[in-house]
Design a protein. Structure first.
Length: 356
């Protein structure tokens, strides 16, 4: 009777703990000197690793729990990949063209406050502090043009024909401050020049955009100093792209162009084999230009053509006048700008002191 109760108690004990080692009872039977006639305990399936419990208190199979985890982990990984892709594009826009100098450059920067986004007044307010008036003096006389600040220590991009042959260069910023500037580098073949303000710091640099992303019909704003009228703002659209505009590289012709802003000079250029606004001379160069109907007049040379996010997409360089009389010359909605990507590509040579 006692033997029967012990067996029953042992069986009940084994069922109370299904995770006990199934071979433990067998080892006790084999080595037990008390009663070798006891039968071995019933075989138990191999215990599975503990994986937690389901909501009803029953053990949860490990394989099912692992499957439940895969969904959120995979989703997080996918989100991380998308975020990395988006972030990478942004980082590239911010880092482009930084080099050794700080140049505000991006392909999708929105310089204009969101409350004024897409408005000419918003663009003008945001970008005007980065546009300057340039007065150059040479043996041929004086001239007025415009320029764009590209670094906070006073590097300025303008047209070569604005400062060509100049013995002194003066710059006035939008807040009325005046600086002396030195010519760092020139490139007559692209009609570009880089000048640097002396003893300047903390000036507001413009954001350089991506002229390859510009499309025909895009709205644009032009800012410059036509006829010496500082900070003049006009607007229009991009009328055409990749126009082959030809301008003079001859110093004598450049000096003639420098008279713009003072009632002289015709801003001469060639297009389609014809010369406009005067003789370009025998030495010329041709570049691909952005055409705009935003009003440009003598003195806008070197100023900015800007997209509606406030990014510089071109440097204004030529315009067509319906008459040859300088006193009555004016814009008829045919202006041309050097694409900003051309400027970016030329910056290292200009900073190195190029003079070609």
């Amino acid at each position: 009777m006692t033997e029967s109760l012990r067996r029953n108690g042992e069986y009940e004990h084994a069922q109370e703990n299904p995770y006990e080692n199934p071979y433990q009872g067998a080892r006790q039977h084999a080595s037990s000197p008390v009663n070798p006639e006891w039968p071995p305990p019933p075989a138990q399936p191999p215990a599975q690793p503990y994986a937690g419990f389901a909501a009803d208190g029953q053990p949860e199979p490990p394989r099912q729990r692992r499957r439940a985890r895969r969904g959120p982990v995979a989703l997080l990984a996918a989100v991380a990949i998308v975020a990395a892709a988006i972030g990478g594009g942004t980082a590239y826009g911010i880092q482009e063209l930084t080099g050794g100098d700080t140049v505000a450059s991006a392909t999708s920067t929105n310089v204009v406050p969101s409350s004024q986004k897409g408005t000419v007044s918003g663009v003008a307010k945001a970008v005007s502090p980065s546009i300057v008036e340039i007065s150059a003096t040479s043996n041929a006389g004086s001239s007025t043009g415009s320029g764009v600040i590209i670094t906070d220590d006073g590097e300025i991009i303008t047209n070569n024909h604005v400062v060509s042959g100049a013995s002194s260069v003066k710059v006035r910023t939008s807040d009325g401050k005046q600086y002396t500037a030195e010519v760092v580098g020139t490139d007559s073949k692209k009609d570009l020049a880089l000048i640097k303000l002396q003893d300047a710091s903390g000036v507001k640099a413009a954001s350089l955009g991506d002229s390859d992303a510009v499309g025909v019909g895009d709205q644009v704003v032009a800012i410059g100093s036509p006829e010496g009228l500082t900070g003049t703002v006009t607007s229009g659209i991009v009328s055409a792209l990749d126009r082959d505009v030809t301008v003079s590289t001859d110093e004598g012709q450049q000096q003639q162009q420098q008279g713009q802003g003072q009632g002289g000079g015709q801003w001469p250029f060639e297009f389609g084999g014809q010369q406009f606004n005067g003789d370009t001379g025998s030495s010329t160069t041709t570049y691909k230009a952005i055409q705009t109907d935003a009003s440009l007049n003598p003195g806008n040379s070197g100023g900015a053509l800007i997209d509606m996010n406030g990014n510089i997409i071109g440097i204004n360089s030529a315009m067509y006048s319906a008459t040859e009389a300088s006193a009555s010359a004016g814009s008829v909605g045919l202006g041309f700008a050097i694409p900003i990507n051309t400027v970016k590509a030329d910056l290292p040579d200009l900073r190195a002191g190029a003079s070609n």
